[in-house]
Ligand binder design. Structure first.
Ligand code: ACO
Length: 319
């Protein structure tokens, strides 16, 4: 049976690092408030040359290198973003050109912070149905360009960056993506949204959030999502080696980790250094933990995310 194996991972973070103290010089906030409520210490913010396409291509090139693959092995490019460089062409197509991929197809996926797990699910389906043998799945975000920098309740929470994985079709009973589960509830669209778009010339749009409501739903929905993923595979919490959660907030991450009974050192955390990079957060965390040797071949890893929509989902994968 064809399985989608995560053959390589890659990451790109903007050069400029901005600490909480630096933000506190511009808006009324403090390092203590941000750390206490969210666990965030700093974030990377993109310079003018660091576009979603540029960062996505850099993360993808690293993922291909890690997988010992070439551009000829890439049949499809799926890029999750809420901050595309242009309305069209899709940022994924820009990445295709930047990498020099000369065949196949490429498109973007919009599911806010859950975008990467949505894209992984689509990539896995393409491989299982035989439509592609090699798929780049990318999360790339420049939230700094849609934040209202005068709104201290949101602008301190986010950062920019990109992460990518290369999925390869392999005949395997052991390794690869075991299952993906996706959910959406459009009735909750107004608790986290952008109040404009490129289609509205005078309103490019800023992120708006009811933080308390998002928090409440995140804790409940993500707890259900992790139980659902384990039950679908006949596995129990003790089988899991690692949790790679969406990096929004340390308190949400802790609550899901506790639910799974996982010790903190089995939960991958980057939110302290990256803040919330939306669709890029899960692949950035996965790439970091693979690169530093924590997550290894054979490990059972649960990825989960929740974002504006609301959208949420999970991926269970044997590395
Ligand atoms: N610095 C200092 N004070 C602040 C700041 C800030 N940056 N932001 C808000 N405050 C103040 C508020 O004005 C308020 O003051 P008041 O009591 O005088 O009115 C006080 O701090 C408490 O504000 P709350 O909004 O009640 O703070 P809360 O404890 O709910 O924490 C937070 C806010 C961190 C956003 C929390 O609601 C949360 O974590 N929500 C989850 C949302 C999230 O993580 N979103 C990320 C995107 S969605 C996703 O990725 C899942």
């Amino acid at each position: 049976m064809h399985r989608s194996v995560i053959a390589g991972t890659g990451a790109y973070l903007p050069e400029r690092v901005v600490t909480n103290d630096e933000l506190a010089k511009r808006i009324e906030t403090s390092d203590a408030w941000i750390r206490e409520r969210t666990g965030i210490r700093q974030r990377h913010l993109a310079g003018p040359h660091e576009t979603a396409a540029m960062m996505g291509a850099a993360a993808s090139a690293a993922a291909l290198k890690d997988a010992a693959a070439t551009t000829r092995d890439v049949d499809a490019i799926l890029l999750a973003t809420s901050t595309p460089d242009q309305a069209f062409p899709a940022t994924a197509v820009r990445v295709q050109a930047e990498l020099g991929v000369l065949h196949g197809f490429a498109f973007d996926i919009s599911a806010a912070c859950a975008g990467f797990v949505y894209a992984l699910s689509v990539g896995d389906s393409l491989i299982r149905t035989g439509q592609a043998r090699g798929v780049l799945v990318i999360g790339s975000e420049v939230y700094s360009r849609i934040l209202n920098w005068r709104d201290r309740t949101t602008c301190v929470l986010f950062g920019d960056g990109a992460g990518a994985v290369f999925l390869r079709a392999e005949e395997s009973r052991e390794r690869g993506i075991l299952s993906t589960h996706l959910h959406a509830n459009g009735g909750l669209g107004d608790i986290l949204y952008v109040d404009g778009s490129v289609g509205q010339p005078d309103r490019p749009g800023h992120l708006v959030m009811n933080g308390k409501e998002v928090f409440r739903h995140a804790v409940t929905r993500l707890a259900e999502a992790v139980d659902e993923a384990l039950a679908a595979n006949g596995l129990s919490r003790t089988d899991l080696d690692w949790l790679v959660p969406h990096q929004a907030n340390m308190r949400i991450i802790d609550s899901v980790g506790r639910r799974l009974g996982l010790p903190p050192d089995r939960v991958i955390v980057t939110v302290d250094r990256h803040a919330n990079t939306s669709a890029a957060s899960v692949p950035l965390a996965l790439a970091e933990a693979r690169q530093d040797g924590r997550i290894r071949k054979g490990d059972l890893v649960l990825l989960e995310a929740l974002g504006g929509g609301l959208t949420w989902g999970s991926t269970l994968v044997r590395m």
